[in-house]
Design a protein around this ligand. Structure first.
Ligand SMILES: Nc1nc2c(ncn2[C@@H]2O[C@H](COP(=O)(O)OP(=O)(O)OP(=O)(O)O)[C@@H](O)[C@H]2O)c(=O)[nH]1
Ligand SMILES: [Mg+2]
Ligand SMILES: [Zn+2]
Length: 226
């Protein structure tokens, strides 16, 4: 990671590629682990109907308890000014899936930047890794790094405890779990599982958590048997 970063502005497209809570949860885990402040931006809202946007906002609402969330369009420039103000006196990193619209949003903020952008591949449903190198750009009294997008995020050198501690919402509740160090998987008296049942924590986020831990455990098993 770039040093002295104040915030990671996480760019998620509402559509093309489709919004992915799985990817969002993975990015948040990574950013929390690096002890940087995440800001969530949902782009390309011009591609959604009002109804679709409402559904998406409902899904993302949970995260607003923990993070700032912005809905923007680089095409219509809706809410682009709000993003511009985030840069003031800060070093920011633009991060997110390839094709999510990172470079386009920077171009929408400052038309003189002229950063190369490219249509996503309709066949693959994702971007083409248009930005190839991380570049630090001076913008609105601050600096921003436009980074190459990812296609997927894996956590090969993570262990279960890192995941447990950096799903910050789960971690916040873990002192209410019956067992110290509860991993919220099989332990009885687990507060996190209770909140999932009560729909206070979205089930998709809990499932993403389980999926990441499963991936880590199965990678470990594979190394052991090699
Ligand atoms: N309709 C619409 N299209 C957008 C918007 N933002 C970006 N796009 C389109 O999405 C495609 C990908 O945008 P990029 O800005 O190149 O995406 P990126 O995140 O920089 O991708 P990488 O550099 O590969 O990581 C381009 O065809 C853009 O024109 C938006 O707000 N609305
Ligand atoms: Mg780019
Ligand atoms: Zn628990």
């Amino acid at each position: 990671m770039i040093c002295n970063v104040d915030q990671v502005i996480l760019i998620n497209s509402a559509k093309e590629p489709d919004f992915s809570p799985n990817l969002l949860d993975r990015f948040l885990l990574l950013i929390e682990y690096n002890q940087v402040l995440p800001v969530i931006v949902i782009t390309k809202i011009d591609l959604l109907t009002d109804e679709e946007l409402k559904t998406l906002k409902n899904k993302v609402k949970y995260y607003e308890q923990y993070y700032d969330v912005y809905y923007v369009s680089s095409k219509t420039k809706e809410n682009v000014t709000a993003i511009k103000e985030l840069f003031n006196d800060k070093i920011s990193v633009f991060s997110g899936q390839t094709g999510a619209g990172k470079s386009s949003l920077l171009n929408a903020i400052d038309k003189d930047l002229n950063i190369k952008t490219q249509e996503i591949s309709k066949a693959l449903g994702r971007g083409k890794h248009t930005t190839r190198h991380t570049e630090l750009i001076r913008i609105f009294n601050g600096y921003v790094a436009d980074t190459p997008g990812f296609s997927k995020l894996e956590f090969v050198d993570f262990d279960k405890d890192i995941v447990r501690e950096n799903f910050v919402d789960f971690f916040e509740h873990s002192h209410e779990c019956k067992y110290r160090g509860c991993s919220h998987i099989n332990e009885p008296g687990c507060k996190v599982k209770e909140l999932v049942e009560k729909k206070e924590i979205p089930r998709f986020r809990y499932q993403n958590y389980l999926q990441i831990i499963e991936e880590i455990e199965s990678t470990k098993k594979k190394y052991r048997s090699d």
